[in-house]
Design a protein around this ligand. Structure first.
Ligand SMILES: [Zn+2]
Length: 209
C-alpha cells in the first residue's frame, strides 16, 4: 500500500537491507510519545516509541518481537511514521497520538493518511489478564473485542478500531494479518522463542524516497 505512495518500507528480521546512514531508531519505553524527526538529527537516541518525519531519505525504524509495528504515510509519502505499539502503548493510544501529531503539524486530513498494521502476536496466542482488559476498557470504551477472542487481546483489531475513530477511511488501512508467534519461520516472537530469541528483534521501517 505504501509503495504506491513512493514510500519504501518493510517488516522483517533482516537489518542488512537497511541504509545505515540517516537511520533513526528510538529508545522504546512502551509510551505514547511520537516526536517529529528533523534533518540533522544526529545525536543521542531519544526515548520514544516511534516518530514521524517530513524529511526525504530518512529511515525510521521500530523494533518488535510480538509487539505491533504500525507504519503511516501521507499522500505522495509527504510525511511518514513508524510506531511501536505493545499492549500498553496501543491501549493508551500511541497510534492516534502519531496521527494527531502529523495532522497538527502538517494540516493533512486523516482521509489522506494511509496506515499499515504490521505483524504482531495474534489473538490466537495472546491471552491477557483482567488488568489488561481494565486498561483496554478505560482508554477504549468503544472497542468491542470479537466473540472468538474471549480473554485474548487482538492488538491489531484494537489499533484498527482506533485509526478508524481518527477518521482514516477503511480502504486506507492495511494489515499484514500474520501472528508472529505462529510464524517463527518469518518473524521473531518473544513468547514463541523465549531464551532462544537471544535479543533478536524484528526491524520495521519506513522511508520517504
Ligand atoms: Zn498465533
Amino acid at each position: 500500500m505504501l509503495t504506491l505512495l513512493g514510500v519504501d518500507h518493510g517488516f522483517g528480521t533482516m537489518k542488512a537491507s537497511l541504509p545505515s546512514d540517516r537511520f533513526r531508531g528510538f529508545r522504546q519505553v512502551h509510551g505514547v510519545h511520537v516526536p517529529e524527526v528533523r534533518a540533522g538529527f544526529a545525536g543521542e537516541t531519544v526515548e520514544a516509541d516511534g516518530g514521524w518525519t517530513r524529511e526525504e531519505r530518512v529511515t525510521l525504524g521500530v523494533f518488535t518481537a510480538d509487539c505491533l509495528p504500525v507504519l503511516l504515510a501521507g499522500p505522495e509519502g509527504e510525511a511518514v511514521a513508524a510506531l511501536h505499539a505493545g499492549w500498553r502503548g496501543a491501549v493508551r493510544g500511541i497510534v492516534p497520538v502519531g496521527i494527531r501529531n502529523i495532522r497538527e503539524a502538517t494540516g493533512l486530513s486523516p482521509k489522506d493518511l494511509t496506515v499499515v498494521v504490521g505483524p504482531c502476536i495474534g489473538a490466537c496466542c495472546y491471552a491477557v489478564g483482567p488488568e489488561v482488559w481494565e486498561e483496554v476498557g478505560r482508554y477504549n470504551p468503544g472497542f468491542k473485542p470479537g466473540k472468538n477472542c474471549e480473554g485474548s487481546l487482538d492488538l491489531a483489531a484494537l489499533v484498527r478500531h482506533q485509526v478508524t475513530e481518527e477518521g482514516i477511511p477503511p480502504e486506507r488501512i492495511g494489515q499484514v494479518g500474520l501472528c508472529t508467534r505462529c510464524h517463527p519461520d518469518l518473524f521473531f516472537s518473544h513468547r514463541g522463542m523465549g531464551e532462544s530469541r537471544r535479543g533478536r528483534t524484528m526491524i520495521n521501517y519506513v522511508r520517504r524516497t
